[in-house]
Design a protein around this ligand. Structure first.
Ligand code: NI
Length: 170
C-alpha cells in the first residue's frame, strides 16, 4: 500500500465531474486500499478519488472512532436514489480544505446505490452522521466542495483563513 498525495483547493481536479468506473478489478481494489490508507493517515472520515488526483467515481469512508475496530466502506459509482424531506445542519471539514470547518445543510437520510469492494451492488438507507459524510463525498465526484454550499460571505472568510494558514506555513 502507498500514501497518495491529497490535492487541495483550488486545484482544478477538485472542480471536475468524475467518470464512472467500468470494472471493479484488482487494480481498482489496490487503488481503494491506497485511498483508505491515505484517509486514515490524514485522520479523515471520508475521501473521494478526485481528492487524490483521480477523476473516477470512487469514495472510501470510515466513521468509526480511533481505537474502535475499523469499518471501511468502499463506494464505487455511488448514486443517491432517494433523499429525505428532513434536512440537518452539521459542521463539516475536508482534507482538501485543510483545518477549516463550516456548517452545511444536508438531507437527514438518503438511499444509496453503489458497488462494493467486490463489485457487488447494494442499495442502503443511510442515516445520521454517515448520511452527511456520504453527501459530502459524493459532492466531490461532481466537482462540488462543501464550501460551495455555504454563503458567499462565509466562504470568503473561510478562504481568507486558509490563505493565512498557508502564508504561515511558507
Ligand atoms: Ni471533502
Amino acid at each position: 500500500m502507498a500514501l497518495l498525495k491529497v490535492y487541495e483547493y483550488p486545484d482544478p481536479i477538485l472542480k471536475k465531474k468524475a467518470e464512472k468506473v467500468e470494472k471493479v478489478d484488482d487494480e481498482l481494489r489496490r487503488f481503494m486500499d491506497d485511498m483508505l490508507e491515505t484517509m486514515y493517515d490524514a485522520v479523515g472520515v471520508g475521501l473521494a478519488a478526485p481528492q487524490v488526483g483521480v477523476s473516477k467515481r470512487i469514495v472510501v469512508i470510515d466513521t468509526t472512532h480511533e481505537g474502535e475496530k475499523p469499518e471501511p466502506l468502499y463506494l464505487v459509482n455511488p448514486e443517491i436514489i432517494w433523499k429525505s424531506e428532513e434536512k440537518v445542519c452539521g459542521e463539516e471539514g475536508c482534507l482538501s480544505v485543510p483545518e477549516q470547518r463550516a456548517e452545511v445543510e444536508r438531507f437527514a437520510s438518503v438511499k444509496l446505490r453503489y458497488l462494493d469492494y467486490d463489485g457487488k451492488e447494494h442499495e442502503e438507507l443511510i442515516e445520521d452522521f454517515l448520511a452527511i459524510v456520504v453527501q459530502h463525498e459524493l459532492d466531490h465526484l461532481d466537482g462540488i466542495l462543501y464550501i460551495d454550499r455555504i454563503s458567499r460571505l462565509k466562504r470568503q472568510m473561510l478562504l481568507k483563513k486558509l490563505q493565512k494558514l498557508r502564508d504561515g506555513q511558507e
